[in-house]
Design a protein around this ligand. Structure first.
Ligand code: ACO
Length: 334
């Protein structure tokens, strides 16, 4: 008999260093008014000096394990979705695994801002195939390390953070359906050119700023408002559900205007399209689990609620997961 998977614990972490729009006004030619009207973002968090992606992930995983009532030794697979690993190798997951005293297999998944649905698919498949029973799925990114804080087109958008869930084998399914997609023809739309094997980070490339993230914002916007509704509908269909059944749509927190357009296109009450982008900015793979934890921690998720988690990002990639929430309301603090 096919085994099912459900989320039994969640935790997240936002660094304490706040970067608000007023501070950005002093760094580049921008304004609080431009940033809030075009993106909805008012502040974002930056990893402290010396704080790497694994440091953010470790706290999120510790919190998720406490929430699930489990310890590190109980986990048999750790998957970290990230596109800002501590270093090219080893995988950030191995650093997290060692820090927490885990002994399970550990690896990273790089699907940029779609990292969480992709990693959740790995976890769910492993559980359904009987290869694992308790999996920790992390979305963690410190993308601001790859941002040029003299480039107003990108520096106002991104923030750092981490979120994690524990996924366990269960009789009743909690993760109902996941759809993933990629279109590598859009690889140039959003990228960090230097630092890999194609263009090692030579002094010349660093001097030219090729280690920084570049983006065709308009094209990515158009892609997002098309792919999020389509992926949401597809995942709902795969789960035997419809848009009307959703208690919450939890989209990747990239831009409030994207969230508004997506809500309209899906015909969902704006109150049901979760957003806290005003205080996080775009935290890439961390975005969805951070948002889900905010919903849970603030008592807005009830057992039985149907939630769609939808990401899009560099690659281009996208992914949507439909989840039946089964945990009781919590009063834990984020
Ligand atoms: N402050 C002031 N003016 C600015 C700023 C800024 N920070 N940034 C750009 N501008 C200017 C531009 O130079 C342009 O000026 P011009 O008309 O004189 O040429 C004007 O504002 C309009 O620029 P647009 O790029 O057309 O602005 P737009 O309304 O499209 O908003 C934005 C730009 C916010 C980037 C939007 O396109 C967007 O959100 N795109 C999606 C981005 C996204 O979701 N990325 C994450 C993907 S996830 C991942 O994998 C990492």
């Amino acid at each position: 008999m096919m085994r099912a998977a459900r989320i039994t614990g969640i935790g997240s972490y936002l660094p304490s260093r706040v970067l608000c729009n007023a501070e950005l006004e002093r760094m580049v030619d921008t304004s609080d008014e431009w940033i809030t009207t075009r993106t909805g973002i008012r502040e974002r968090r930056l990893a402290e000096e010396g704080q790497a992606t694994s440091d953010l992930a470790v706290v999120a995983v510790e919190r998720a394990l406490v929430d699930a009532g489990l310890g590190p030794a109980d986990i048999d697979l750790l998957v970290v979705g990230t596109s800002s690993p501590d270093m090219i190798l080893p995988a950030t997951a191995c650093l997290v695994q060692a820090r927490l005293g885990m002994s399970c297999p550990a690896f990273d998944v790089n699907a940029a801002c779609s990292g969480f649905p992709y990693a959740l698919q790995v976890a769910t498949s492993a559980i359904e195939a009987g290869r694992a029973s308790r999996v920790v799925v992390v979305g963690a990114d410190a993308l601001t390390r790859h941002i040029d804080f003299a480039d107003r087109a990108t520096c106002v958008l991104f923030g750092d953070g981490a979120g994690a869930v524990v996924v366990e084998a269960a009789e009743e399914p909690g993760v109902l359906g996941i759809v993933l997609g990629a279109d590598g023809r859009g690889a140039d739309m959003l990228r960090i050119a230097a630092g890999g094997s194609a263009a090692p980070a030579t002094p010349e490339r660093l001097a030219a700023g090729e280690q920084y993230l570049t983006m065709n914002g308009n094209e990515v916007f158009r892609f997002a408002v098309k792919v999020i509704p389509a992926a949401t509908r597809e995942a709902l269909e795969a789960s035997g559900c419809s848009v009307e059944d959703l208690a919450w749509l939890v989209p990747h927190q990239a831009n409030q205007r994207i969230l508004n357009t997506v809500g309209e296109r899906l015909g969902i009450d704006p109150e049901r399209v979760f957003s806290h982008v005003h205080r996080t900015g775009n935290t890439s793979a961390a975005s969805i689990p951070l948002a889900l934890d905010d919903l849970y921690t603030s008592g807005r998720l009830a057992p039985g609620d149907l939630v769609a988690l939808v990401g899009f990002g560099a690659g281009l990639t996208w992914g949507a997961a439909v989840v039946r929430w089964t945990k009781a309301r919590t009063t834990k603090e984020m």
